[in-house]
Ligand binder design. Structure first.
Ligand code: GDP
Length: 535
């Protein structure tokens, strides 16, 4: 492997269009791998905050401020996503936080539609875990390039060679180490930064410089320590056996550079920040109909990837999180919601730094702005300056994994229930279906916790107590067919199993995967889809 030069094609300080200085990314990981700690350290390393511990601190403040998040507080988990913006080395980094809890993966998936790059954090003792794998699959669907941070080298873990193999085999990705550990756990002796050409002590101070890593093998002082000697030999093996870093292959999502480090001990955090700055792509053309949106297009376009209600109990507002895809957005600008055709004057857009809202004056492609509204903006909406008809594509709905009938404790509140469910469906809290026969409300979620949040919010915000009942269905699939008549025949023949989603699209409910398999066999022309793009 040859050492890759920091990219000469992107000098950091020359004048370039502002969107090219944006790095919009998310961190994907399994709970406990160290995402929160790494976020804190990235912010601290960038100089954005002086003191680590603020991310967690902020989360606590938020929970006390916002009372519907009692569940969050009780469970000690973070349900809400937020956006953190920090500047470093002439670049603006937008870090979109995703909830780590697996019950909220739907929200996480949508957040991934708004990033250009991802950092995958894995615990070196555990390797690739289930949630990481799921999130990785979403990144792969969109070819999001991934930098891997193999965390917790200060603790005993799997051998670095094994970690690389595991990533390559499980994710079918090329891997190439960028920062290599010298020993692990109590025997951790430092790191080799292959890009910077430096060997570092555990405290980050420089131990050696090199122009070719091969030199290190004959360095008597380094090799005097058997742990270091073995790690250097392994590094040599890896360099012989693995491809060199290649920017294009990384950007295409086929190769992941791997940085071994420790978030807790601030090891390799600066190298991660450097990799993001130099390699992570600036905003890419946004998939859309009738044509992808060029980030350099002067007209503003953006899309809503998340809506959050009641971020602040004192303001019963909803914030739509909008990822800008092109143009320079200024406060006071009028944007048109392509779905409804309505124009809205955005007088009080916000940037987010953790929970603290900052008024935004100007934002460009890659930036996230929060737009307060009273229900006019839904997840998936495209916003444009002027009268263009453009629709951003690729924001998925996922087939729910838990399906329940909603039972109203007080039948008089049927109308409120309808309003509550349609509001919350629009916010993306749960999917809401109506049976074609009978008028039952059915909700579908991907995790149990989502049901609890739904119940708590409907009780509190709509003063409508509800409970959930099991129902004879386990799976839901959107159905589609190029042949409209065939689709109608299927729907008519399956009335008892059919429902409509909030957009009126047909959904087939199956009692089990066996029944679904049977329907697929009996109706070969019908497509049974587990994701649907948001209309
Ligand atoms: P998250 O659930 O992915 O956000 O994980 P956290 O950042 O909350 O970390 C989970 C636990 O792992 C916490 O107890 C952290 O202190 C610990 N942790 C995180 N990074 C490291 C690390 O580099 N080394 C060690 N030893 N512990 C770590």
């Amino acid at each position: 492997m040859t050492v890759t030069e920091p990219h000469a094609d992107r000098p950091l300080r020359t004048k370039r269009p502002p969107h090219e200085t944006r790095r919009t990314f998310a961190i994907i990981s399994h709970p406990d791998a160290g995402k929160t700690t790494l976020t804190e350290k990235l912010l601290a390393s960038s100089g954005a905050i002086q003191q680590a511990g603020m991310v967690r601190g902020r989360a606590n403040t938020r929970a006390t401020r916002s009372d519907w998040m009692e569940i969050e507080q009780q469970r000690g988990i973070s349900i809400t996503s937020s956006v953190m913006t920090f500047e470093h080395d002439g670049l603006t980094f937008n870090l979109l936080d995703t909830p780590g809890h697996s019950d909220f993966s739907e929200d996480t998936y949508r957040t991934l539609t708004a990033v250009d790059a991802a950092v995958m954090v894995i615990d070196v003792a555990k390797g690739i875990e289930s949630q990481t794998l799921k999130l990785f699959e979403v990144c792969r669907l969109r070819d999001i390039p991934i930098i891997t941070f193999a965390n917790k080298v200060d603790r005993e873990g799997k051998d670095p060679l094994e970690i690389l193999d595991e990533i390559a085999d499980t994710l079918a990705l090329d891997v190439t180490p960028i920062v290599w550990p010298l020993g692990q756990g109590v025997d951790f002796k430092g790191t080799v930064d292959l890009v910077g050409g430096r060997v570092l002590h555990p405290d980050g101070t420089e131990w050696r410089r090199f122009s070719d890593p091969e030199e290190l093998l004959s360095d008597a002082e380094l090799n005097a320590d058997p742990v270091v000697a073995t790690s250097l030999e392994n590094l040599e093996l890896v360099r012989d056996g693995l491809p060199a870093f290649d920017l294009e292959t990384y950007r295409a999502g086929h190769l992941t550079p791997v940085i071994f480090g420790s978030a807790l001990k601030t090891i390799s955090v600066a190298e991660l920040l450097r990799a993001l700055g130099q390699w992570a792509p600036d905003p890419r053309p946004q998939p859309a109909e009738p044509a992808p949106i060029d980030p350099a297009d002067p007209k503003v376009t953006g899309f809503v990837f998340k809506v959050q209600a009641n971020m602040d109990a004192n303001h019963r507002d909803r914030i739509a999180f909008v990822r800008l895809a092109s143009g320079t957005f200024r406060r006071g600008m009028k944007l048109r919601n392509v779905r409804s055709g309505k124009e809205l004057a955005v007088s009080n857009p916000m940037f987010f730094f953790g929970h603290d809202r900052e008024l935004a004056e100007e934002a460009v492609a890659g930036d996230i702005v929060g737009i307060p509204n009273h229900g006019t903006l839904s997840v998936g909406d495209t916003l444009v300056e002027g009268t263009q008809i453009i629709k951003v594509t690729g924001i998925p709905n996922f087939a729910p994994e838990i399906i329940r009938r909603v039972r109203l404790t007080d039948p008089i509140k049927a109308k409120q229930l309808g309003k509550a469910l349609s509001d919350l469906a629009e916010e993306g809290v749960a999917q809401v279906f109506r049976r074609m026969i009978g008028a039952d409300w059915i909700v579908g979620v991907v995790g149990q916790l989502q049901l609890e949040v739904l119940q708590a919010r409907i009780a509190k915000e709509y003063n409508t107590p509800i409970s959930f009942e099991s129902i004879n269905f386990e799976l839901a699939r959107w159905v589609a067919c190029d042949d409209k008549l065939e689709l109608k025949r299927f729907v008519d023949a399956s009335k008892m199993e059919m429902a409509e989603d909030k957009d009126g699209d047909p959904v087939y409910l199956a009692q089990s995967s066996w029944w679904l398999g049977r329907a697929e066999r009996d109706w070969p022309k019908i497509k049974f889809l587990s994701t649907k793009e948001r209309a």
